[in-house]
Structure formats: C-alpha cells, structure tokens
Design a protein around this ligand. Structure first.
Ligand code: AMP
Length: 402
C-alpha cells in the first residue's frame, strides 16, 4: 500500500486524513487496515509512535459508517481499553480528529475525574468509548453503562495493562461483551501471558508486527552531548558545521521550538527550514522536495510532522530536545541509516528532566549511549550493552489507570 486512497476508506475519513497531513500509511497501518476492514480479528505487535492508533481507529470508523445506527442509551458500539488516562485521551482525540466530518459521538471514561459527569456523558449512548479498565468496570457495576451492544473491542498496550494489574478487570469486561464482535489487540511485546490472553479473546486472529524497536538502533552511531540549556543553539550550530552532514534532521518537541531553532541557526549563518503542523500542505511539500533534492541540508521537525517524511540519505539526526516517550527516540533516530546506510544520531541533553528521559531511552534500547565532549569530539564514557531482562517501557510512571 503506498497511499491511503488504496484502502477505500469512506470519503469523510479520507478528507480528515488529508487535513491531518497523513500521506503514506505507516507499516503497521498498511498491514492492519485491510485486515480490519475485512472484519478480521487482529493481534498486532507495535510500539507507541508506530501509528497504531490510526491502524485501528480508521477501519473501525469506516465500519461503523457502513452501518450507522443510533447508539442505545448507556451503551457504546466501539470500546477501546487503554492502560492510562493520558493514552486514553490521546486515543479519543485521534478518533475525533479522523471522525471530524461524521459527527462522531464519543466519551472518555477514566479515573481521576468525577464519575457523575461520565455517567451523564454516556447516558444517551455513544459510538466510541475510550476507557481505562478500572473506571469502566465501576461505571458498569453502578449501572451507568451496559456492554452488550459492543461491536468493536480494541485493547491497546495490552502488556502495560497487564503490568499495571488490570488482568482481572479485563477478563470481567470481556465476559460482559457479546461473543459476536470484532477484536483488535495491540501490545508492544508478546510474552506468554499476553499471547494467552489474546488467544482467549480473539477469533481466528491475523497476526501483524512491525520491527521491534531495538533492532533498528544497532546500525546507528549514537552519542549524547551534555550542555547547558541556553547553550543548545550554539552547540547545534557548531555540530552542523563540524560534522560531515549530507542531510540533517533536527527534532524539537514543539512547533514553537522548531521555529526558534531555525531562527537561531540563521543567526549562525546556517540555512534551515522548519516543518510542522502549522505549515500548509503545499509549504510542507515544497520544503520536503528541496530537502530530498539536497537544496536544503537541514530540516527542523516536530515528531508529528516527521511521520510523513520518507527521505533516504539523512546522515544525521539531532535531538535538540529529548522526547519524553522513549519509543519516540527510536523512531526519530530510525530516520537515518535507512536502506542499510550508516547514520549518526546526536542528542543534546540539558538538566535533570532530560537525564531522566535518557535513562528511559537507554533502558528501552538496552545500551548506554556514549557521551562525547563537544569540543574535542572524544568519547568520555564507554558504551556498554545491558543484556537480558524484558525491556522496560519507561514511560509507565507518567500515568495511572482509573
Ligand atoms: P501512534 O503510534 O498511534 O501514537 O501515532 C504516532 C503519531 O504519528 C501521532 O501523532 C499520529 O498523529 C501520527 N501519525 C500516525 N500515522 C501517520 C501517518 N500515516 N502519517 C503521518 N502521521 C501519522
């Protein structure tokens, strides 16, 4: 699949995708969407940052449109279970973004907010409900919600839900669902207990997987440079002048940050362009074409904007800010070293917060990233590889399920 057109998604969904600047399906989307549209149950191994949300949300939206019925009171057609409040609300935002032209009805059922409001939000019934398992069960047990109308069930980050002790809640919830339903099950890892849970919940599932995070990392030369926060622009400019750069992709966490970096580089005499969600489609395409053609050597991007960038020959990825989600780091640096080429990934790290993100990243990729002195370029700390154990998904402290 080379474009979203090939899936034959309903027109209002395709339009929303264009507006979101989704051009090329990610690998997990290319694999999952046709299967899910055909009505199959799917087990997917995929990390955050791979585009898995759209992989399940798009075919489900298409299918509820094929047979649009008014949801019954206190019921939902689509139930998505996720481990944390944050992830749940991101998933709901995605459904609402892709469903913006179809007047989707939806509700978020998560812990930490008053239950009364949630009871009211589902009173009329909704098409899509995204929930953390604990709060969902509370709502069901207090008769605020019934689960006998669910046609589509999604489990997202199943391994994290098990790690967080939601297994019994999940079993109870699944026990209340109709047998006849479509189930899509996603997990970053597939140890035995997760595979067994999937086995018990799914009907003749298709299996899909995207390359596990760690394997991409091995071909890339990674290093970190510890700097003062205020020195980052100068260090970046110096790096781009010193390093043998063919094409460099610089990541910032925010759109505003990307624009600031471009201005800072301009002051240091380095031409760079920013690409992010505030730019129009035609602006993006122009900048990307110039980057591809080698007319622009340095592109500054946010994570979301970088999803659609499919450019070979990126010699350097520079993390101006470290991402707080470790999988995002892997995704970023995977932009270099494509098609068997070598690549260099350099991260600028300032302050305790970014040191914390670094530790999460090192745990995920199971290696320590060497630090270099920014003036001499010599390695000041030797790389070591940690063996064994299950990789931690280090972002679990960020949220609590409800
Ligand atoms: P996820 O792994 O579902 O959390 O998605 C990661 C990010 O990628 C989200 O910000 C999505 O909006 C974005 N995204 C997902 N699929 C695509 C795509 N095909 N093209 C561009 N951006 C995408």
């Amino acid at each position: 699949m080379t474009s979203f057109q090939d899936f034959g998604l309903a027109d209002p969904i395709s339009r929303a995708l264009k507006e979101e600047n989704y051009l090329i399906p990610t690998p997990i989307q290319a694999q999952t969407i046709p299967l899910a549209l055909a009505g199959r149950d799917v087990v997917g191994i995929a990390q955050t940052g791979t585009g898995k949300t759209a992989a399940f949300a798009l075919p489900i939206l298409h299918r509820i449109l094929e047979h649009r019925v008014r949801p019954q009171p206190k019921a939902c057609r689509v139930l998505v279970l996720s481990p944390t409040r944050e992830l749940s609300s991101q998933i709901l935002d995605s459904f609402n973004a892709y469903g913006r032209h179809i007047r989707l009805t939806s509700a978020l059922v998560i812990g930490g907010v008053p239950m009364g409001r949630q009871v009211r939000s589902v009173m009329q019934g909704v098409e899509v409900m995204v929930a953390t398992p604990g709060r969902l069960l509370d709502l069901v047990q207090s008769n605020g919600l019934k689960l006998n109308q669910v046609e589509f069930l999604v489990l997202d980050e199943a391994d994290r839900m098990l790690d967080m002790g939601f297994i019994n809640d999940i079993r109870k919830i699944v026990g209340k669902l109709p047998i006849k339903r479509q189930t899509l099950f996603f997990s970053a890892t597939m140890p035995k207990d997760i595979a067994e849970l999937a086995e018990a919940m799914l009907r003749d599932p298709a299996h899909v997987a995207v390359t596990p995070a760690a394997s991409t990392v091995e071909r890339i030369t990674q290093r970190i440079i510890q700097v003062d926060f205020t020195a980052k622009p100068a260090v970046l400019a110096q790096l781009l002048k010193q390093e043998p750069v063919d094409r460099a992709l610089v990541f910032t966490r925010t759109k505003h940050g990307a624009d600031k970096v471009v201005k800072g580089l301009a002051r240091a005499g380095i031409d760079a362009n920013a690409i992010h969600g505030n730019k129009s489609q035609s602006q993006r395409e122009r900048v990307l074409a110039a980057f591809r053609a080698g007319e622009i050597r340095t592109l500054v991007a946010t994570d979301i904007a970088a999803r659609g960038i499919d450019v070979d020959g990126i010699s350097h990825v520079v993390n101006f800010d470290l991402p707080n989600i470790p999988e995002t780091y892997v995704h970023r640096i995977g932009r270099t070293a494509r098609a068997g080429a070598d690549g260099v990934a350099i991260s600028l790290i300032a302050g305790a917060e970014e040191m914390g993100y670094l530790r999460d990243i090192e745990r995920l990729i199971r290696m320590a990233i060497p630090a270099t002195d920014r003036r001499t370029g010599t390695v000041t700390q030797q790389a070591e590889v940690h063996h064994g154990g299950r990789p931690h998904r280090g972002n679990r402290q960020r949220g609590h399920g409800g």
